[in-house]
Design a protein around this ligand. Structure first.
Ligand SMILES: [Zn+2]
Length: 526
């Protein structure tokens, strides 16, 4: 039995090169997609999983946790992080392989599947275009239905995945996969649902009021009664974001803008330098490149990169600021910390920081100071900008309530009537009426259930953290835009400590109180 310090050093020495190799392979497969780069990524992924599944290493970690001196918090912390990384992989080899194969097959169906609209294959962009612009109800309905067709293709496999994930979780002593996933990501189920109840409580009335106004507009637009509205009257197939009718479009403000320069300028204003990340990044659309956006910390030594497909629009401005928020978090982590703790405290804290910056394009002070928009014009837009920010928060919060409640029920009973359960939740939280007589696995059309299970709650917690840290910056740094004190506070209290603190301790330290829905509620007050 090695000493605890030796054990941690030994596991780090084995894990670190595998993580770095995987990060390089991941970046290459996303910037230069080919069968070879994809094979290299898979190979790197399997090598990492093989170590995480090693039962001897895991037994040593568990043993060391019981015998570590509590005077060594950083050692204890590394053991804890290792435990949570290894635990979910401690499952029989054949079960693990079956799960990986099933996940891969569902993911590849999602990648290649195209919905059918009157005999024409349509991708997501084509569907979105119809829902944003068409006034033809039959066409809208066909587009919405096309967006859900993938659900029927994958539903049986997702149900089977839920059964297998539960089997694996029970083998490890957890109630089901939902309980395992929360427990190994430092989330307490009771506390999570208490927070979700709070979010429900503070959003129910303002959402109902906002939705009634939108419904009224939509009914007028489509020439029917509010009671005739169905999901295809909204712009977004899952109603994750407000319809354009329910907010203010500001794309024209970015039509001639250099989004890279605005990103640089935004962070310069806080005394935060994104140039090292910009130099490593891949920001514009190209053949053979991922269509999405992400930030990746390659080595936890300063090689941080962002991938985007920038176009001059509000959406991409939000995305650039979001991804560079993640990047700064990684870049400013204290590099004298042990490697294992040199990352964000939690997915929710890095999402929260990214969301904090991603909200700026709808902030009047940012539009004036950074974009150089005319102050009087922005002042006139002020109330509409505030209403748009509020609508986006409300709609997103209600959507996460559907997803998280659904996932808990999915793992509690994969054999349940999930098709009905999904629409019960959608009607309750989102106030969208189910299509008459519809029985289809519409829940399965959401890719997260298959490939990023029990993750959605982090987005909501991220919004809560963004709202809470925003209040702290207002109180202690004069706000966010062009406030060097804000940059200093974020580095000192949030970025530098990395994962050396648990996320809930970090939140208390940075904001003076535990994470709650209170500050989100404050932003919803008109
Ligand atoms: Zn993000």
């Amino acid at each position: 039995m090695p000493s605890t310090t030796d054990l941690v050093a030994d596991v780090e020495a084995r894990l670190r090169p595998l993580e770095v190799a995987l990060a390089h392979a991941w970046w290459t497969s996303n910037t230069d997609s080919s069968p070879e780069t994809e094979a290299r990524r898979l190979h790197a992924e399997l090598a990492r999983r093989e170590l995480l599944a090693d039962p001897t290493v895991f037994a040593d970690i568990c043993d060391a946790r019981e015998h570590t001196d509590h005077d060594e918090p950083l050692v204890q912390r590394q053991l804890h992080l290792l435990h949570d990384a290894f635990a979910p992989h401690q499952i029989p080899e054949d079960l693990r392989r079956t799960m990986v194969e099933l996940e891969t097959s569902v993911e590849s169906t999602f990648n290649s599947f195209r919905g059918d609209m009157d005999g024409t294959r349509v991708d997501d962009n084509a569907i979105t275009e119809v829902l944003r612009s068409s006034n033809d109800e039959a066409e809208r309905r066909a587009a919405w239905e096309a967006s859900k067709q993938v659900g029927a293709e994958v539903a049986d496999r997702i149900r089977e995945l839920a059964r297998l994930r539960n089997q694996a979780a029970r083998g490890l002593g957890y109630r089901d996969h939902f309980a395992l996933a929360l427990a190994t990501s430092e989330l307490d189920e009771g506390r999570l649902f208490a927070t979700l109840d709070d979010v429900d409580r503070v959003t129910t009335a303002p959402f109902a009021e906002w939705k009634a106004t939108v419904d009224h507009c939509l009914a007028a637009r489509f020439g029917g009664a509010v009671g005739d509205l169905r999901p295809w009257h909204l712009d977004d197939p899952s109603f994750q974001s407000p319809p354009a009718d329910g907010g203010l479009a500001i794309d024209h403000l970015f039509a001639d803008a250099d989004l890279e320069a605005l990103t640089l300028r935004t962070y310069d204003g806080l005394g935060l330098d994104v140039r090292p990340v910009l130099a490593q990044s891949d920001l514009y659309a190209r053949e053979g490149k991922s269509q999405h956006a992400f930030c990746i910390d390659i080595d936890r030594e300063g090689d941080v990169r962002v991938l985007c497909n920038v176009e001059p629009s509000e959406r991409w401005m939000d995305t650039m600021l979001h991804e560079f928020g993640h990047a700064l978090y990684d870049q400013e982590c204290n590099r004298s910390l042990p490697w294992l703790t040199r990352s964000a405290a939690h997915a929710l804290t890095t999402e929260g920081i990214a969301m904090l910056f991603g909200r700026l394009p709808r902030e009047p002070t940012w539009l004036v100071s950074v974009v150089g928009a005319d102050a009087r014009t922005v002042a006139d837009l002020g109330p509409a900008l505030a209403a748009t920010r509020r609508a986006a928060l409300l709609v997103f919060a209600r959507w996460v309530l559907v997803m998280t409640n659904f996932e808990r029920r999915l793992y509690a009973d994969p054999e349940a009537d999930l098709d009905s359960l999904w629409w019960d939740l959608v009607e309750h939280y989102q106030r969208v009426r189910r299509p008459d007589g519809r029985h289809a696995p519409d829940w399965a059309a959401k890719i997260h259930l298959a490939v990023a299970p029990v993750y959605y709650q982090n987005y909501l917690y991220g919004e809560l953290f963004a709202s809470q840290i925003h209040s702290t910056l207002e109180a202690r740094a004069g706000g966010l835009v062009d406030q060097r004190a804000a940059g200093e506070l974020l580095v000192r209290e949030v970025f530098a400590p990395g994962a050396s603190l648990r996320w809930d301790e970090l939140v208390v330290r940075a904001t003076g109180e535990p994470l709650s829905a209170n500050h989100l509620a404050r932003q919803l007050v008109t």
